[in-house]
Write a protein of this length. Structure first.
Length: 465
């Protein structure tokens, strides 16, 4: 049971949901980042392709006349409007390896400004002349960010190479990427939420057979059923079959113990009875000693056999006894027995109160307590049985007799004490009650009754409704 309960307690479902949710969130976050990066790279490639087209047009329209660079008469229309966000310029490489913009070889959109050129751009372009280089730089307008594409080019009739630079405001692309990231985050967030809800539902549905199995095993333990009878998935069928086999094995073991106990009782009681009978037929000091010791032996045999039987029965499952039915039967019987004394028994117990054990044992416990109360009380006995907890019931038997002093109560409830001898008037029944209640992992307590006599309080295992 402990392993099964450990596997099916709600924390397992929570852990599964947390682990699955964490994996979903991590996977979706990684996927969202990868998609955002891919989209950003695609947007930049498209952006750089447009700038490369602009450079191609510039290179195609540029001519060399008498050693001077002549820019194309018309390039991009946006580059003709001041600060339009589309810019170009032509720079030459000086003999010392530096770059400077050629006068009057810039787009009108730059409006008397120049594009930013990194100090090492010439060396980088010269290292791989056929490969353009893209970089981000501040634009001519305050707060503007542009993306610049530079290409190294040589012309026939011109000693120094030229570098063509095309630039465009990158903020629209940044806004496009941000919009895509936002939309992706929202979409993946909704997808993640849906997946987490699906995981929660799947975990609850998937573990439902285990929760049902735990409930049914608990019902077997509490005595409501004798075996597992639910329909379970094929994966759980071997477990339910083994549990049913274990329950059947326990019941078989209990029955075997009962048989051994009964055989032992007959085997011991017969020789003791013979000894007592023979001693009674031959009076004398030896016969008296034999009779007394044989009587002690019989009491000890009864004592230990009673405990053994109760312990064996308490290990069995599926036994439950109606408390109200037993109390009603005992009250009717004892009122007839004590009719000459005029004893009345006032009892009360809920109809849905069940003792987790055999009827015979509860009848011995309640019967001995009520018989003692009727024997040593005057005229009135009060019996109350109530639920004392989820798995415990409390049986209280009170009488209006002389009762016991606090010292006597302490003495008679001491573990191992001979209750019938330690407290005169308490009766042998208290010993039986103590033995049987402890066999069922219960307890016996003695106190003062509200009627003036002794209150016998017994706590026993309770079967669920």
């Amino acid at each position: 049971m402990s392993l099964l309960e450990g596997l099916t307690r709600p924390s397992l479902a929570r852990r599964l949901v947390i682990l699955a949710s964490g994996g979903i969130v991590a996977a979706l976050a990684i996927a969202a980042v990868v998609l955002a990066l891919l989209f950003q790279q695609a947007a930049l490639r498209r952006f750089d392709a447009n700038l490369s087209d602009l450079i191609d047009n510039l290179i195609a329209g540029t001519t060399i006349e008498q050693g001077e660079v002549v820019a194309p008469a018309l390039t991009d229309l946006r580059a003709l409007r001041a600060l339009s966000g589309r810019y170009w310029e032509i720079a030459e490489v000086t003999p010392d390896g530096k770059m400077r913009a050629v006068e009057e070889l810039t787009s009108r959109s730059l409006y008397q400004s120049e594009l930013y050129i990194p100090p090492d751009l010439a060396q980088r372009l010269q290292a791989d002349p056929g490969k353009p280089i893209a970089y981000d730089a501040p634009g001519p307008q305050p707060g503007e960010r542009v993306r610049v594409l530079a290409r190294w080019t040589t012309f026939y009739g011109l000693k120094q190479p030229l570098v063509f630079l095309a630039a465009e405001d990158s903020r629209p692309v940044d806004r496009e990427v941000l919009g895509f990231v936002t939309a992706t985050a929202v979409a993946f967030g909704l997808l993640g939420l849906g997946l987490i809800v699906a995981v929660i539902v799947q975990v609850r549905v998937g573990l439902r057979p285990l929760f049902r199995l735990r409930t049914e095993v608990a019902e077997v333990r509490r005595g409501k059923t004798e075996r597992l009878q639910g329909a379970y998935p094929s994966e759980l069928r071997p477990l339910t079959d083994e549990l049913n086999a274990l329950v059947a094995h326990n019941q078989e073991t209990v029955e075997r113990q009962r048989t051994h106990v009964g055989n032992l009782a007959h085997a011991l009681k017969t020789p003791i009875s013979v000894m007592i009978t023979e001693a009674a037929q031959r009076p004398g000091p030896l016969a008296d000693v034999v009779t007394r010791q044989a009587d002690v032996m019989r009491q000890q045999v009864d004592h230990h056999l009673r405990r053994a039987r109760a312990a064996a029965r308490s290990q069995g499952q599926g036994e439950r006894t109606s408390v109200a039915e037993v109390l009603d039967e005992l009250a009717r019987t004892l009122e007839r027995i004590f009719r000459d004394k005029g004893v009345t028994i006032d009892w009360d117990a809920p109809d849905d109160l069940w003792f987790l054990g055999e009827r015979q044992d509860f009848m011995e416990i309640a019967g001995n307590a009520m018989e003692n109360a009727g024997k040593f009380g005057r005229r009135k006995v009060r019996v109350r049985a109530v639920a004392d907890g989820p798995e415990t019931l409390r049986l209280t038997v009170e009488d209006d007799g002389p009762g016991l002093t606090p010292d006597q109560r302490e003495e008679v409830v001491q573990r191992g004490a001979r209750l019938d001898e330690s407290a005169p008037g308490s009766g042998l029944g208290l010993s039986i009650i103590d033995e049987l209640s402890r066999a069922y992992r219960g307890s016996l307590e003695l106190g003062g009754a509200s009627l003036g006599g002794l209150a016998v309080i017994v706590r026993l295992p309770r079967a669920a409704d």
